[in-house]
Design a protein around this ligand. Sequence first.
Ligand code: NAD
Length: 471
Amino acid sequence: MPNISFAEQVNHNFDRAASLTNHDPSLLAQLRVCNFVCRFAFPIERDNGKIEVIRAWRAQHSNHKLPTKGGIRFSNDVNEDEVIALASLMSYKCAIVNVPFGGAKGGVKIDRRQYSDAELERITRRFAFELSRKNFIGPGIDVPAPDFGTGAREMSWIADTYQALNNEELNALACVTGKPVALGGIRGRTEATGLGVFYGIREAVNVAEDMKQLGLPLGMEGKSVVIQGFGNVGYHCAKFFTAAGAKVIAIAEWDGSIHNPAGLNIAEVDEHRKETGSIVGSPDSKQLDPSCDALELPCDILVPAALENVITDENVDRIQASIIAEAANGPVTAAASEKLFQRGVMIVPDAFLNAGGVTVSYFEWLKNLSHVRFGRMEKRYEENAFRRVLKLVEGATGTVITEEQLRVAAHGAEEQELVHSGLEETMSTAYHEIRALRLKLGAPKIDLRTASFVDAINKIASCYGDMGIFP
Ligand code: NAD
């Protein structure tokens, strides 16, 4: 396959899946095309007084459901093709995990390390202003979220700018998700994508038939894991995989990779990175020789959690993992994906696997629209009801239940627990939906990526069908 762009790769995956469906070609053309792209160029003042022109994009791929939803990334590699590709993936992702949004994505072409906090704030606020001016942001229009290079802080600047411009808008805070909790964010959003990756892979490694085919033991316990990127997604993946008994044997960052065959201590790596700015030199770790690429280490699960196109025709033959967990968007090119599939490697695709972020963003958006924290109404009521039941059991059986036992057993769910539970349910259900569809479509000839795209196409097509727009 010739070298094709990221958007062409997404469309290649779409076309392969579309050929397995019976939908009208004109409907498929509508599902495939990106509906709107807005290109921005705006000036900001650097701290040294110089003016710099910043380039940015926002793409809305599909408006079959509103609002559209997707992150904003800050990266020097951002371009229009990438933003369109990522917006398309968002449409399919939302459909796969049954989140009622269309897909969008934004990108600002900067290397964030080259800007001070004050400059980043000016860039973010100006981009939010431009998005608002073009009607490309709003609780019912288009709702951004964090992505590569952005986090809760940037989302709070966007929310604040939008709110200042729309001061009569009651639901203004629902214009963006991934905000700090004090500003309308939701507990559980920060870790959502990494936790979703964990839930998705946990489902995969618990299917006996599939693990037998890969020659791997069942379950997470003892599995060796290599992670590329120790940012929001990579760090939380490392944390949850380790807590479930897997061993993170190597982590790759832009400035160096570390490894320990017995498993890295994730809390210590995080602490070291906070103190020094780098994972290199973390306690109980060795730096990997720069001539050795962590992606190519033998392992059970490889988690690319940084950027797209990191497993390509060039290095695919050296990849030794049995399972590739696409935590990042588009980390494996279409050509490499095909080769890995032929070799029997299981790829759990991005369009499903990293949907935890948008799932919990959906919960945050619902919270903002309802103006009430999840669990506020029912927590105490549930606790009292559980206590009454346990007291009845105590009376009927004569077993004494201590106050401590009562406190634990009758605990009513907090917001974060509800969010984790909703995320677990979403990822688990979606995994088994796409796995079942893969079997129906004729596994082993069909991979999970194709099955997940067929799933998305069917669901979005049924929306258009219900609108009576297409046959
Ligand atoms: P982030 O900025 O928090 O982290 C990215 C990490 O990758 C950083 O630590 C960075 O230093 C590292 N990195 C950059 N270049 C690298 C290289 N060449 N080799 C190794 N590491 C490198 O970003 P994030 O939010 O964790 O996003 C990572 C990926 O996950 C992106 O593809 C993003 O689109 C995807 N994603 C993120 C979310 C989310 O909720 N944040 C949701 C869905 C998908």
